[in-house]
Design a protein around this ligand. Structure first.
Ligand code: ATP
Ligand code: MG
Length: 393
């Protein structure tokens, strides 16, 4: 049983690819369920059917689909806590609807929705789950946070900064009192336990593939780079990338000449940046890709003779670890040969040069504040260790 999770920036084609992938997998005989965890669902619209919170078979296919009711999941895990927070805030004079909104942590709704996946994973009725997730990285960041409990309370404190500072006393009171009560403690603990299980499943390459969707433009490339770094930092298993909306060769209008040239450069960049992960290019279709026939056709075209339900990569070119008190980054550089390593850290980017091999890495926050201490080649990896910057004299 494998879980495939599509993610990427808003509007790049996550829902389209989730549906196309799931349809193709079902066509190949895998018992497949496609789930939208985005609160702003569009999976049903893309497939041309009305979906609900329970799995339903799509007419004319073997595929089942559902749109998770994140409100319902959130209520189950966070309802009591949310009401306590909201009451405290309302008592401080915050209007009820605003208090209700503030009592939900960013990303938490999608996170509790992801927990529902655990039930399908454990259930055994499917060979494949395909997840169409929300564009924001909030859920992913929460999910990846090494100490989730701390991350959640940091998030709550974050809410109280800036204009909302005034709410601080209410928040801290609300958090201190109710959280010390047994019932709520148990509830929160059970949520954290389920998330810990889910995190373990997501970082197991035998069980999960994260697939990144992007468009061939600079902003999308940069955002993907950051997302990828965080996925690797948290040990999530990215196994492929999808560059969607490339202008097809049939477009010959000179107006698009620069667009096409830039897009070709971006595809090459993506291939070089994520090698050896497979990169799937998808051309812009003549019209929106909606309905089962169009999405099935897209699925067949994208994967050709590859089975989309299998793991598409067996190594992760970027990994993070700590060693002897150093934070260490490992980058796969097989086939590069022996050259002097040149490192250049500019802001939160690390530029690596090894002979002809060049790569720019978006560093996670924990490393961006540090400076490279040493670098060496170990087997097929370039290993870079970071340390606290030496104070300027
Ligand atoms: N290759 C393509 N050719 C033509 N239309 C496309 C293509 N890919 C996606 N679209 C269309 O673009 C729109 C947005 O795609 P989609 O909903 O899959 O993006 P998304 O990443 O899921 O967006 P959101 O972040 O809002 O969830 C849809 O109308 C879809 O049919
Ligand atoms: Mg979508």
């Amino acid at each position: 049983m494998r879980t495939i999770l599509f993610t990427g920036k808003g509007g790049v084609g996550k829902t389209t690819l989730s549906a196309a992938t799931a349809l193709r997998a079902a066509e190949l005989g895998h018992r497949t369920l496609v789930i939208s965890t985005d609160t702003a669902h569009s999976l049903g619209d893309a497939l041309g059917v009305t979906l609900s919170n329970a799995p339903q078979r799509l007419p004319g296919t073997e595929l089942e689909a559902l749109e998770l009711d994140t409100g319902e999941e959130l209520e189950r895990y966070w309802g009591n806590i949310k009401r306590r927070l909201a009451d405290e805030l309302a008592a401080q004079g915050v209007s009820a609807p605003v208090a209700g909104e503030l009592a939900i942590l960013p990303g938490l709704d999608e996170l509790v929705a992801l927990v529902r996946l655990r039930h399908y994973q454990a259930h055994g009725a499917y060979d494949l789950l395909v997840i169409d997730s929300a564009p924001t990285g909030a859920a992913m960041r929460l999910l990846g946070a090494p100490d989730l409990q701390r991350a959640v309370s940091r998030n709550v404190r974050g809410l109280s900064s800036g204009a909302a500072r005034l709410l601080m006393p209410a928040l801290s009171r609300a958090l201190k009192q109710p959280l010390s009560e047994m019932a709520l403690q148990t509830q929160i603990q059970s949520l954290f336990d389920e998330i810990a299980d889910l995190r373990q499943a997501l970082s197991n390459r035998d069980l999960t593939s994260v697939r990144l969707v992007l468009n061939p433009d600079q902003l999308s490339l940069r955002e993907t780079q950051r997302a990828y770094t965080y996925m690797c930092l948290f040990g999530l298993n990215v196994d492929s990338l999808y560059v969607n909306r490339l202008l097809p060769p049939s477009v010959q209008d000179p107006f698009f000449a620069h667009w096409k040239a830039d897009q070709a450069v971006h595809v090459d960049e993506v291939r070089a940046m994520y090698a050896p992960l497979p990169v799937f290019p998808l051309t812009l279709q003549e019209r929106e890709v909606v309905g089962v026939p169009a999405l099935s056709a897209l699925g067949r075209a994208v994967y050709a003779n590859i089975d989309p339900s299998s793991a598409l990569a067996d190594e992760q070119p970027l990994r993070f670890e700590s060693r002897n008190g150093y934070q260490v980054l490992r980058l796969g550089v097989s086939g590069v040969g022996t050259h002097e390593v040149q490192l250049d850290k500019v802001g939160d980017e690390l530029r690596v040069r090894l002979g002809n091999f060049r790569r720019t890495l978006a560093l996670p926050q924990v490393l961006a504040a540090l400076e490279p201490a040493w670098a060496s080649i170990e087997g097929h990896d370039l290993v870079v260790a970071f340390r606290e910057p030496t104070p300027q004299q």
